[in-house]
Design a protein around this ligand. Sequence first.
Ligand code: HEC
Length: 418
Amino acid sequence: MDSERNPAENPSGPADWMDRLQGASALCALVFAGLLMGSGIGLAMAYVPSPSEAFDSVLYLRQQGGLGAILRALHYHLASGVVVATFLMVIFGVLGTSHRQRKWEFRLMVVAMLLMIGFCFTGYVLPMDQPAYWGTSVRLGIVGTVPVVGEMQADMLRGGPTFGAATLPRFYALHVAALPIVMVLLVLVGFKDALERAARADGVRLIAACGLISIAAWVLAATVQAPLEPRAATADTEYVPRPEWYFLWLFQFGKYVHGFQWVESALLPVLGIGTLVLLPEFRISSTKRTAGVLVLLTLMFGLGSLALYEDRDLKAKPQYEAGLALKAARHYKVECSGCHGESGKGDGPDGAKLDARPKNFTRADFWDDGTLAEIVEVTTKGEAPDMPAFGGRLSAEEILAIARHVEANFRPRAATSR
Ligand code: HEC
């Protein structure tokens, strides 16, 4: 039981390495949490937590580009980062000896990991795009399957029996007020000793490491955009939500306990958290702990891969812009091609019966005096006698997308280049 001894006696033993790795993941988690808080404050300045405007405020950040989009990407990527970092922090704690040497610190690390999951749960809905709405609906359903208190908890989170106007403000309040207070207290009070110990041991090196981690995070945020799928369509029951990659294993597990969802929502968390909290009280050999962690990671990886495999035929989920273009193509076919023709030449079956025949979109002279703005105007308001007005049925966003579709598909190449 060499590794159970104080690591100072065996400074390069495996347990000591686990403690160092734990320190490194803790540092990453701390830096990520700081950056998340900073970028979160920035995002809160642009975000509107109302069901009707939330999506537009996020879309604005995306379309403006620049700092707003980078802050959003930073927030998005680090949200996964901080979950992974706190998870590793706990895992390395289990593998090393720190969970026995500093029992309460180890338990607070478990709390930190759960807190980060809480941030992800409440933050996921905020953009109000398709996965936000449908994913959160599924998660609330799972919360509802917790025995006895589940339904009440889900209703409290939702602000009623269904996802409605009260839901988003509640999640927002938890995400930007309640949980951050807990987090700050946890770091400043719960991890006070750990922070002091770390600062005393390698203060300057830690500052350098923080700097490097932050730079890496900013570079990632500046290069990889945060996703945004189409606006939440609460009537679109065909949308198939999927959790973040690091929760795919749990999602797959949920499939096997179908009908007994409380196994996933209550039994598994209680067993998992209970094991971690009680672990410091038992002398379990490092071999057994290592074996346990390996089994857990293998299960997670296996289930996660299986989830991806079973989703291989799932339709790809377009981002906002691509989704709008797809919808526009569908709209043109259904709403316009009857008169204007599939090929845009004005030769649709219904167009032939009209007195004033629709013009040929594929002729260069149509584009001499027809601009995108005019297409939008005519489509919105209609034109006497035969061109119907679509302003009442389609949104401004959808009409603009149809106009873009018309231009992209029918405008002759030579005329485009002006
Ligand atoms: C019931 C047949 C009909 C349908 C459906 C229809 N249009 Fe038209 N549209 C016309 C006719 C006819 C005109 C010619 C203007 C007039 O009425 O004199 C026209 C004119 C237009 C114009 C102006 C160019 C022109 O020919 O002067 C645009 C742009 C246009 N339509 C776009 C659309 C779009 C986009 C849709 C689908 C969302 C659509 N239309 C659906 C019949 C139709």
